[in-house]
Design a binder for this molecule. Sequence first.
Ligand SMILES: Nc1ncnc2c1ncn2[C@@H]1O[C@H](COP(=O)(O)OP(=O)(O)OP(=O)(O)O)[C@@H](O)[C@H]1O
Length: 334
Amino acid sequence: MKTIIKVEDLQALYLVKEGTIKAADGISFSILENTVTAIVGESASGKSTIIEGITKTLPPNGRIISGKVYYNDLEILTLKDEKLRQIRWKEIALVPQASQQSLNPTMKIIDHFKDTIEAHDIKWDKRKLIEKASEKLEMVRLNPESILFSYPMQLSGGMKQRVLIALSLILEPKVLILDEPTSALDVLTQAYIINLLKELKRKLNITLIFITHDIAVAAELADNVAVVYAGNLVEYNSTNKIFNNPLHPYTKGLINSIMAINKDMSKIKSIPGNSPSLLNPPSGCRFHPRCVYSIEHCKKEKPLLHNLKDGSQVACHLYYEEERVNETKTCRIS
Ligand SMILES: Nc1ncnc2c1ncn2[C@@H]1O[C@H](COP(=O)(O)OP(=O)(O)OP(=O)(O)O)[C@@H](O)[C@H]1O
């Protein structure tokens, strides 16, 4: 399989009156074509910043300080806005967080499709527009006849989310990025959207990247998981390894809590402490104040994402030297 997205040392921050919020600090990872990748982490850990950095859609006070993002062989962060606009939607589509509210309440769904294609300088006659929009709505299991001429307020939250996915597919992108596609939906609708995304991936051979703070959703849908903590990518691994052999102490904590929920409530172990402020994050490893395995070195030096022999990637000093891997395995959280 070939790499479709490669992110190298992405650093993004927000300017605020108190200083700078270091929300994505040296993020590097690669995504293979036709795979599903989940970006997981606590609220405010920097998940949205990473994808807004990748797609250059940060809010006005956001800045990309350094880094490269490749779409196939094309470095996209240095592209002129016009060129980047052509890549967005046609090659890489993004469904932002809480975008259900972004549907214009005064516009019928068909007009949202019309606006989207016109924003990309595409002109289709009405027949073709209806045909294409209907095809995409059917892909998300919505009945075009009843949806196309409805207003957003006539649709449920789950239906609006499906409309947004259909809209994002209108120009047939190769990569679809979704920020929290299942949040603010009831459990049954969440399960429905997860199944739908699985089906889309199978039918369209599309590469999916999605953000979730719910690691159970990642388990259901993703091939690979990127675990983000306080603006750092701390582990990147196959979903199977993340759940069966988590490496980073933070990932271990996350998995521990969900496993306990599934099995025995009395075994829930929350991670001690709170996420740090990204205005003034801890020195060295940002997780060290909460880490039960922390050593002196962790306070001083930021661990970089390190490739282990089995292909796992982890940013933790405990794994830096091959001989220490075995040592660390013996102290895994049970
Ligand atoms: N426009 C902004 N201005 C200032 N700070 C911001 C802005 N957007 C995000 N932040 C801050 O940057 C940090 C990372 O935010 P981000 O939204 O990327 O996290 P997240 O993991 O996606 O969170 P959530 O799951 O709650 O959406 C947080 O501390 C957040 O408060």
